[in-house]
Design a protein around this ligand. Structure first.
Ligand code: FAD
Length: 322
């Protein structure tokens, strides 16, 4: 009856957002007076997996099939379903990200489960199993009561602060008999994203828009990001113009991020852009137009020319660190 949580890793290193998913699963397990089983797919060292105990997992099921090192939605869904059936899990947690979107709906169909995408809260069990979730690209919230016996919850990354607990998890191997079609997709190439801080997991993000005028000025964004230890992002026209790579584009058609601090430089604040960033805890907008719509969503705003403000801000951060 344990709560099952799907854990993601990059080449054997468990992703920070998966620790958050495990912690979230532990919160639900506590409500239900049960335990947490984490499911790890692919090649990961035992030491890495036992550390999941520090976020509330009691047990790790490990499907060590090396074909699972790459995302195969059908195979992942088969493994999650097999693990859920083995554990008798009534609640299954994944992340609301690319992997989660490839897996969770398939699992929900297999287990006839209700699915909540974009979950932002622990279930309110006094009212049933009511979970707060984002709707309309983050412009509103909905409260969904999941009444099916089995429930699949896709947690929005960066919703909760991580807090370690004392604990270690035991690792158990799980063999899954995959059907013929499970690995039907051939992964021909994996392009690794360069950059010191991965955008999806970054707590601080400096982002530039068309107001930066051209790629030759991006050094100003990178200098500030480096001083802050932040990741860099951009608006869609910037990626479309090849000033920056597409994986940095955030918004309705790009990535969704929820950092603690989002600094938007020379970005107007179109609704499609906000859809990807309006879950950020603090938003700082730098724009020379005081009427720019982004100021309405900003926690702090600076009206002025980015080319003047960015170097001054970078120098100020440098001085503050000294
Ligand atoms: P602009 O709108 O051109 O704004 C530039 C801003 O920079 C202006 O506010 C200006 O005042 C300011 N500025 C200019 N010079 C300076 C300076 N020197 N210093 C400071 N400020 C300056 N957009 C996204 O970003 N992400 C998406 O996922 C996305 N998806 C879309 C999906 C659809 C279906 C559609 C129709 C559009 C989508 N868009 C998306 C595009 C979106 O509508 C906007 O066109 C886009 O976000 C604008 O980008 P921008 O703010 O960088 O550029």
């Amino acid at each position: 009856m344990s709560v099952l949580v799907l854990v993601e890793h990059t080449e054997g290193t468990i992703k920070k957002k998966s620790f958050e998913a495990v912690q979230y699963a532990a919160g639900i397990a506590k409500q239900q007076n049960t335990s947490v089983t984490a499911l790890v797919l692919g090649t990961v060292a035992d030491g890495e997996m036992t550390a999941l105990g520090q976020y509330g997992a009691q047990k790790v099921l490990h499907v060590a099939d090396a074909r699972l090192n790459e995302l195969h939605g059908r195979a992942y869904a088969a493994a999650v379903t097999a693990a859920a059936q083995k554990e008798g899990s009534k609640v299954i947690v994944t992340l609301n990200d690319v992997n989660g979107r490839a897996v969770a709906p398939r699992v929900a169909v297999k287990l006839q489960a209700g699915l909540v995408a974009g979950a932002l809260s622990y279930p309110d069990t006094e009212k049933g199993f009511v979970v707060k979730k984002t709707v309309f690209s983050g412009k509103a919230f909905a409260f969904v009561d999941v009444t099916s016996p089995v429930k699949v919850i896709m947690l929005m990354p960066n919703t909760f602060q991580l807090q370690k607990v004392d604990g270690t998890a035991t690792v158990e191997k799980l063999d899954v008999a995959f059907g013929d079609k499970a690995f039907g997709v051939t992964v021909k190439e994996v392009n690794k994203v360069k950059g010191e801080v991965p955008l999806a997991e970054a707590e601080l993000v400096v982002s530039g828009g068309r107001g930066m005028k051209g790629p030759e000025n991006w050094g100003l964004i990178e200098d500030l990001a480096k001083e802050l230890g932040a990741a860099t992002a951009c608006s869609r026209p910037v990626a479309d113009s090849h000033w920056r790579p597409h994986h940095e584009h955030v918004g309705q058609t790009g990535g969704t991020i929820r950092p603690n601090l989002y600094i938007a430089v020379g970005i107007s604040g179109a609704i499609q852009h906000l859809a990807g960033v309006n879950g950020s805890k603090t938003i700082v907008v730098i724009n020379k137009d005081p009427e720019a719509p982004f100021f309405k969503a900003a926690t702090y705003g600076v009206v002025g020319d980015a080319m003047e403000i960015l170097p001054r801000l970078t120098t100020a951060v440098k001085k503050f660190k000294e």
